[in-house]
Design a protein around this ligand. Structure first.
Ligand SMILES: Nc1nc2c(c(=O)[nH]1)N[C@H]1C(S)=C(S)[C@@H](COP(=O)(O)O)O[C@H]1N2
Ligand SMILES: [Mo]
Length: 222
């Protein structure tokens, strides 16, 4: 084999290996035009990303993953900042969960993301921490009891129905607040703060919606 042919062969082979690798790891791959939403999972029909009604307080946020930072601080042993790439490298889990907005619509989807518990293992919550305060790029906030986050093993989703979360759905991360009203499903999450004050109210909670926010119980008051 001539040197030129060998080099060409090596180039093609390398390209092929990279192609196979990216095909084998769809969850870790970058967004591409060829990504297609899955619409059925374990025999259950899924809603589409296009069936969401985007009505966020400040409109769709565009976040650059190369400069994105997720801060975890407050009542933790070690405050930490995570880059997008560092978060992509963490173990991801799937959840088949329906989001219910107080406006009356709902979407069942397959969410893939990082269990918050695995982030808290790294920062170590202090023993007096009982509340998780989430903040987003649009200034939106919401809270959940730490016990709910841990017992339900809630995830920060970066994929929906097998595709990278679109900006409208909160890229890079939306909290999958299983069994809580849609206003607890904060999008474009940038900060997670542990607190010992369960009375802190997020954006919609301070505008009259229930701080408990459990689906099935009243959406107003408390
Ligand atoms: N950052 C941020 N997250 C948010 C909101 C918002 O205004 N800003 N709205 C919430 C509400 S009220 C609902 S019902 C869900 C809706 O998700 P969707 O906008 O993807 O449909 O997002 C929640 N997360
Ligand atoms: Mo909502």
């Amino acid at each position: 084999m001539s040197r030129r042919v060998f080099c060409e062969f090596r180039r093609v082979a390398l390209g092929l290996v990279l192609l196979l690798l990216s095909a084998a790891m769809p969850a870790l791959g970058q967004t591409s035009a060829t990504e297609v939403e899955i619409r059925e999972y374990e025999g259950e029909k899924l809603g589409s990303v296009s069936s969401f009604r985007e009505n966020s307080i400040g409109g769709v946020q565009t976040i650059d993953p190369s400069t994105y930072v997720l801060t975890i601080d407050g009542l933790v042993s070690v405050p930490l900042e995570f880059s997008y790439d560092a978060l992509q490298a963490m173990l991801h889990e799937d959840r088949l969960v329906t989001i219910y907005c107080v406006e009356g619509w709902s979407v069942k989807a397959l969410w893939t993301g990082i269990p918050l518990a695995s982030l808290f293992v790294l920062t170590g919550p202090l023993s007096e921490a009982n509340t998780v305060v989430f903040t987003a790029a649009d200034g939106y906030t919401t809270t959940l009891p730490l016990s709910v986050v841990l017992e339900r093993n809630l995830i920060l989703a970066d994929h929906i129905n097998g595709i990278v979360l679109p900006p409208e759905n909160g890229f890079p991360f939306q909290l999958v607040a299983e069994d809580k009203w849609g206003y607890k499903w904060i999008k474009w999450v940038t900060r997670i703060e542990l607190s010992d004050d369960p009375t802190i109210e997020g954006y919609w909670e301070s505008h009259g919606f229930s701080n408990n926010g459990e689906v099935g119980s009243s959406m107003f008051g408390d």
